[in-house]
Design a protein around this ligand. Structure first.
Ligand SMILES: [Ca+2]
Length: 370
């Protein structure tokens, strides 16, 4: 830590106590939230459970038996013993320019339930996206009103393009008040390519009230601690002076980015003609890279630096730790969004972006000092 008469980075005992106790309370609230179990718990037994297994060998009759629970099966859907998940049986939907295969299961009384949880596994091979962003292989749960499927409410449970190994998709849908039917759809609307599906499950679930309570407690603690720590940082580094608003503006952009709905991200990704998952990863890296660079540049104008042989000035380590903490806080904000969930992988990308940004800024500063 640098000691200087006019300015010091050393935390006073009061600030240190405040920071450590805030963090401890925040971690305890997070532990309670994790301990409270999942957000939804089973309500009744599964309504649809299709693992596509059959005791009989592959012939037309067994295909009909295996696909019997499904209400509509289009051309281009085949039963595939041995090609399902983990060597079991599954179904294959192969698309070409003329045919876009699909299977559909209809629930006629969705109003008997508050939430429907969908689970399904999917593997793809050479799926080329069609004209629209949604022309891929997808799992859907859509609700109807006056006989029409309502596409403007969330209905996508998962989807793949290109070639991908088995992936499990789980998503819970609140049943809207208008819903007359719920349709579970597996479709391949790609230009070409094949998709294999297995272990399709639709289950009524209900909210876990204990989880809801701890989530609210965690939200209040996170908000209070976020505000307190932000004030400590702003006051410590006097961010109202000399362009201190720049790191604050980047922090605000990051917060908006992490709470932004997936549907807006998809629209944005569509504009650049890339997958939204790639846009998300790139956005995480870029924003935290810039945040790292700007924080080091800003601090460099506030902290007197003694000439040091090391590439990293002493303040770069607490800055790195503080920004990783900020990244964790922003990631946990996704507990409170409708369609985003906190991800350790995203936190890893944030940390990498910060590391590269801080490293580069320190390197350039050292070269400039020379
Ligand atoms: Ca199976």
């Amino acid at each position: 830590m640098i000691k200087n008469n006019s300015f010091s980075l050393a935390l006073s005992p009061l600030k240190l106590t405040l920071a450590i106790s805030s963090l401890t309370i925040w971690l305890c609230a997070l532990a309670l939230l994790i301990y409270s179990g999942p957000q939804y718990v089973p309500y009744t037994k599964a309504l649809l459970h299709s693992d596509f297994e059959s005791a009989q060998k592959k012939d037309n009759r067994s295909i009909q038996l295996v696909l019997k629970p499904w209400h509509h099966v289009s051309q281009g859907v085949t039963w595939e013993p041995g090609n399902g998940f983990s060597g079991s049986a599954g179904i294959k939907l192969e698309a070409n320019t003329q045919n876009k295969p699909s299977v559909e299961w209809v629930l006629s009384n969705p109003q008997s339930f508050s939430f429907l949880k969908f689970c399904g596994k999917m593997r793809s091979e050479k799926i080329i996206r069609g004209e629209e962003e949604w022309h891929t292989a997808r799992f859907l749960v859509c609700f109807t009103k006056e006989g029409e499927e309502q596409w403007d409410i969330p209905h996508v449970a998962g989807g793949l393009t290109g070639t991908s190994d088995w992936k499990e998709f789980i998503k819970t849908f609140p049943v809207p008040a208008f819903a007359e039917e719920a349709h579970v759809v597996i479709e391949n609307k790609g230009e070409s390519g094949a998709v294999w599906c297995d272990d399709i499950l639709l289950m009524p679930v209900k909210l876990n009230t204990r989880h809801l309570l701890y989530k609210n407690i965690f939200f209040i603690f996170s908000t209070v601690i976020g505000v307190v720590l932000s004030l400590v940082v702003i006051i410590t580094f006097r961010l109202w002076k000399r362009g201190g608003w720049i790191p604050l503006a980047i922090a605000a952009v990051i917060i908006i980015g992490v709470v932004c709905s997936n549907s807006y991200l998809k629209m944005l990704a569509n504009m650049f003609n890339i997958e939204s998952v790639h846009l998300k990863s790139f956005g995480h890296f870029l924003l935290f890279f810039i945040f790292g660079v700007v924080s080091i540049c800003q601090l460099g104008t506030r902290v007197p630096v003694r000439t040091t042989k090391s590439l990293f000035p002493p303040y770069s380590f607490p800055v790195f730790a503080g920004l990783v903490l900020f990244a964790s806080l922003t990631e946990s904000l996704q507990f409170f969004t409708l369609d985003r969930t906190p991800s350790f992988f995203d936190l890893l990308i944030d940390t990498t972006g910060l590391g590269v940004g801080i490293g580069l800024a320190c390197f350039v500063k050292k070269q400039l000092r020379k």
